[in-house]
Design a protein around this ligand. Sequence first.
Ligand code: ZN
Length: 455
Amino acid sequence: MIDTDRPRNYRADQLWLADGWSTDGVVAVDASGHLGPTDGPAERLGAWVLPGMPNLHSHAFQRAMAGLAERKGRSDDSFWTWRETMYAFAAAIGPEQLKAIAAQLYVEMLKAGYTQVCEFQYLHHRPDGTPYAQAEAMSLALIEAAREAGIALTLLPVLYMSGGFDGRALTARQRRFGHDVNAYLRLLETLRRHERGDLRVGVALHSLRAVPEVAMREVLAAELTRDMPIHIHIAEQIGEVQDCLATRGARPVEWLFDHADVDARWCLVHATHVEDREVRQIARSGAVVGLCPTTEANLGDGLFPLSDYLDAHGVLGIGSDSHISVSPVEELRWLEYGQRLATRHRNIAARKERDSVGETLWRAALQGGARAAGLPIGELREGARADLIVLDDAAPQLAARSANAVMDSFLFAGNAPLVRDVLVGGQWVVRDFHHRDEAGIAARYRSVVEQLAAT
Ligand code: ZN
C-alpha cells in the first residue's frame, strides 16, 4: 500500500539518468508507484541512486538445486547430464514448494539489485503429467511468491510440445511441461486476468526443438499474443545447432529469422552459438539477446560473441537462469571476464576510448532487460515504474569514488553487497540490507528444501 496520495520526493547526490550521473537529482513517486513530476521538499536517499535491474531469465525452482549437480558423474558431464539431474529434482515440486522456493529466490534477487524478473515457467502439471484441478496452479504460485516478496514479474508460461527436432513425444519426465496450442492459449488468457502494474504476461516458446513450426505460427498469429513479449531458448548448445541443421537445413537463429518476424518484442535467450550473419540479423531486428553468463559457464555452454554484437549495436540483457548465482553484479562481471579470458584483452564491453566498462554494461542490461520484460522504459524518468536501488555510500569499496568511477567499483571491486535499499513500484522492499519479510520466507524455504531432501 502507498502511504499517501501525495507524491513522495527523493533526492540523491548522484542520480543515474539515461545519459549518466546527474548531480542533485530528484525523483517523485506518485500514488500508483510510478515516477511523476516533483514538488516540495525531498528526502535524501544517499550518494548513489540508480534504476533497479530487470532479470530477464529465471526458472525459479532451480534455485533449490543450485550446488547439487557439481559432482563428477559416470559419463561425460554436460548440459544434457545436468538436465537429467534437474528433471529428477523437478519431479518433487508442486505449487506449495514452488511458491516457497520462488519467494526465497525473489528476496535474494531484490537484495542483489534486481527489481523485475521474467519467469520462463514450464512446470505446468502434476509430476505424472495430469493437470492440476486449477490448471494454472503452478503459474499462480509464482505470482503469489512475487507479490509476497515485492518483485515485479513478467510471467512467461512456456509452450513445450515435443522432445526433439524430429517431433518425438515428450518423455515421462517431460509430460508435465506439455500443452497443445489451444490449451496453451487458454492458459495465457486465464493468467492475463491477473495482470496489473507489477505483473505482465508474455509468451515463451521453450526452444525450436520443443515447438513445431505450425504451433509457433498459431501462437504468434493469435490476437491474444499480439502485444506480448516473446522469449525463446535458442542456440545454447552445439548439439542443438547440429540437430537443427540436420532436420531443418539451417542453424537455429538463421531458421528463426526465416520463419518468424523477429523484432523488438523478442528475447533470444543464450544465442551462444551464432555466426557473423546471425549476429547482424539479431542486432538489426531490435530483439534482445538474453545472456546468463554464470549459468552458461556452469553448464559449459560456450561464449557469446559479445564484441561483434556490440559493434553491430545489438541489444542485450542479463538473467540468472539456473540461479547458481543471484547477482546482476556477478552476471555482468562474468560477461566481461569470459571475453577477457578468451581474447586475452581487457575492457571488452567499452566501445570508446576511456569509456567505463561498468557503466556500459549496466546501461545496456537495463535497456535490454526492460525491453525483454515488456516495460516501456528502463530509466528513472517520468512515467517509469519507481524501481530503484540505493548503493551503500559507507562501503569502503566506494570510498573516494567519483561519478565516473563508481560503476566500475560497483561491478568489479570485491564481493561485499553494495545494494543498501531497494524500492519497487514505489514500495521499500529492502531497507538497510534487510528485506521486509526475509526471516519468514527463509524459514519456509528451509522447511520445503528439507522435505525435498528427504524424499
Ligand atoms: Zn533457461
